[in-house]
Design a protein around this ligand. Structure first.
Ligand SMILES: CC(=O)SCCNC(=O)CCNC(=O)[C@H](O)C(C)(C)COP(=O)(O)OP(=O)(O)OC[C@H]1O[C@@H](n2cnc3c(N)ncnc32)[C@H](O)[C@@H]1OP(=O)(O)O
Length: 516
């Protein structure tokens, strides 16, 4: 059976959604626990609460809010999440220690992810116990947690390297003791899909089974799919795949793979891009541009053949439409550009060109691209003006800029020429760039209603005297424009780019930019 686009509905010869395999897959998000274990990441209570609410809005089934045993700060944070009264089940990580369960309960959680050692290494060398004692202790703790009304998932830590007979004995005992479910954990991201199928199918025969995978071999998503094919029905993961070492499986990748490949709905996919950006900004771990689903380039087409094909049929070079995951398609220009893409971009800016002009513009775009530079809208428009012999009539020009930062509040003042009228404004901000941006926005008047969509800084040369390039993307209504400016002074480069973008956005309009 195929999905109409050639994907087989069977997975690893078995088949998700076929008899005996789960059609209803649940997601457990551990961004706030395993994700926060990524080196250097520490989320404030406010941040965790905001993330938890966003995860809940997106329809995640279980939120592991942290490890209560970590300390009082973490407990306050978990309590903030439990106070939100979310639809999702909220849990805390707990070691195989009664006190960890007590501390989790103090935070008001609905349940615990009870982690007990499963491999010889973890039982003997880490905990220093025996296999039999470990089973007995696990049973005791499950009974204790269940007696206190908790939802209990027992995770066999390092399960992928455990003896599978023992893993079955340990987690089977946990289920018999009343655990709601057990979890196969590929704690160090070591397993192959074959190993995963072997282990998970044995556990799934015992009772409800979750899967927890890491990406050390780049197999995290594959191993989730293998787990589901083997009978698991709940997936642990984190947004953007943040987590220990190479990270956990990225939940948004699992969600789209299940939806696209197997028609299995898990979370509200239209929310994943906002979630991804929230997590990137709060963890300080940026998204790789080529990251699946949420990377900047995931729906951007630069090469001529792809751009041309996309303009003829939007699905030509995309597996699924960007809107499905809350995104928009973008066409970019560079070394690989072709006529179709360049003409479409010019048309977007209201510019029509003759065939010979287009040929010349494409050649110049490629020239800039070959120098390894991104070709912005402003570059393209400047080339087009030159090729068509048009004079650019500027409506907005930077006359003067002063920015002061030091021990006091950063302040900036700006003088602009707007439609022949000199406007002066001053503002304060979190830093000199912010202050200058605020002053420029005020001078351009808020009625101009332009939005700063993105702002990137690159140091072209190394060292403290580096020239920086600032790239901004601004929008006004449906119009978008990208502009770069390079200067030794980052504040000046930022303002030049912003003012230039604004000028491009209002070019050709009759309306006056009102002074409010
Ligand atoms: C698979 C995972 O992601 S594991 C989750 C990792 N998360 C964390 O570590 C949460 C943050 N950790 C912490 O705040 C601290 O490590 C604490 C509070 C848990 C413990 O701190 P300390 O008492 O100082 O112990 P320390 O961190 O040095 O060592 C960990 C202890 O936990 C024990 N432990 C580890 N895993 C387990 C387990 N599954 N069940 C029971 N005990 C465990 C270790 O044996 C060790 O105990 P020991 O000191 O008696 O040998």
């Amino acid at each position: 059976m195929t999905d109409g686009a050639g994907n087989s509905a069977g997975l690893f010869g078995s088949g998700l959604g076929s008899s005996g395999r789960p059609e209803d897959v649940q997601l457990l998000d551990t961004t706030l626990r395993d994700g926060e274990q990524a080196p250097g990441v520490s989320l404030t209570p406010e941040e965790k609460a905001r993330i938890a609410r966003a995860l809940d809005d997106a329809g995640v089934d279980v939120i592991e809010a942290g490890s209560a045993v970590t300390g009082p700060g973490e407990r306050e944070t978990i309590s903030r999440v439990t106070d939100l009264d979310l639809d999702a089940t909220v849990t805390s990580f707990a070691r195989g220690v009664e006190n960890d369960i007590d501390l989790a309960m103090d935070c008001g959680v609905d349940g615990i992810n009870l982690v007990v050692p499963a491999s010889d290494k973890h039982i003997e060398d880490k905990i220093g116990t025996t296999h039999a004692e470990n089973v007995a202790q696990t049973v005791e703790l499950v009974e204790y947690a269940r007696d206190h009304g908790l939802w209990v998932e027992v995770i066999g830590e390092d399960g992928s390297r455990a003896d599978l007979d023992y893993l079955e004995e340990l987690l089977g005992a946990a289920l018999e003791a009343g655990a709601d479910r057990v979890c196969y954990a590929d704690t160090v991201g070591h397993a192959t899909p074959d190993r995963t199928i072997e282990a998970v199918s044995r556990l799934a025969a015992l009772g409800p089974t979750s899967t927890h995978t890491h990406d050390d071999l780049g197999l995290a998503v594959t191993n989730v799919m293998a787990s589901l094919a083997a009978g698991a029905d709940l997936v642990h993961g984190t947004i953007n795949g943040v987590g220990e070492r190479a990270g956990n499986v990225a939940l948004e990748e699992v969600a789209i793979a299940l939806d696209h490949g197997y028609g299995i709905e898990t979370m509200d996919l239209t929310k994943v891009y906002d979630l991804a950006q929230l997590i990137a900004s709060k963890t300080g771990i940026p998204l790789a541009p080529n990251k699946a689903v949420v990377g900047e380039n995931a729906f951007t087409h630069e090469s001529g053949i792809h751009t041309d094909g996309t303009l003829k049929d939007e699905s030509m070079y995309e597996p699924y439409p960007p809107e499905k995951v809350g995104r928009e398609r973008r066409l970019a220009l560079g070394k690989h550009a072709g006529r179709a893409g360049v003409e479409a971009t010019l048309n977007e800016h209201g510019i029509d060109v003759e065939e010979d002009e287009l040929r010349e513009i494409v050649a110049r775009v490629k020239e800039i691209g070959e120098r390894g530079k991104r070709v912005t809208d402003a570059d393209l428009l400047t080339i087009a003006e030159d090729v068509q012999g048009r004079e650019r009539e500027r409506r907005v020009e930077l006359l003067d800029l002063t920015a002061v930062s030091g021990s006091d509040v950063p302040t900036a003042s700006i003088r602009l020429d707007v439609d022949g009228e000199v406007r002066e404004e001053a503002a304060t901000g979190t830093g000199p760039v912010d202050a200058a941006m605020q002053a420029a926005e005020a001078a351009l008047s808020h009625t101009a209603d332009a939005q700063l969509e993105s702002y990137h800084v690159d140091a072209i040369t190394g060292g403290h005297d580096a020239v920086v390039t600032v790239e901004v993307e601004m929008s006004r209504g449906d119009d978008h424009v990208t502009v770069t400016a390079s200067e030794a002074d980052i504040t000046r480069a930022s303002i030049e780019a912003m003012v230039d973008a604004m000028d491009r956005l209002v070019a050709g309009e009759d309306t006056v930019i009102a002074d409010d």
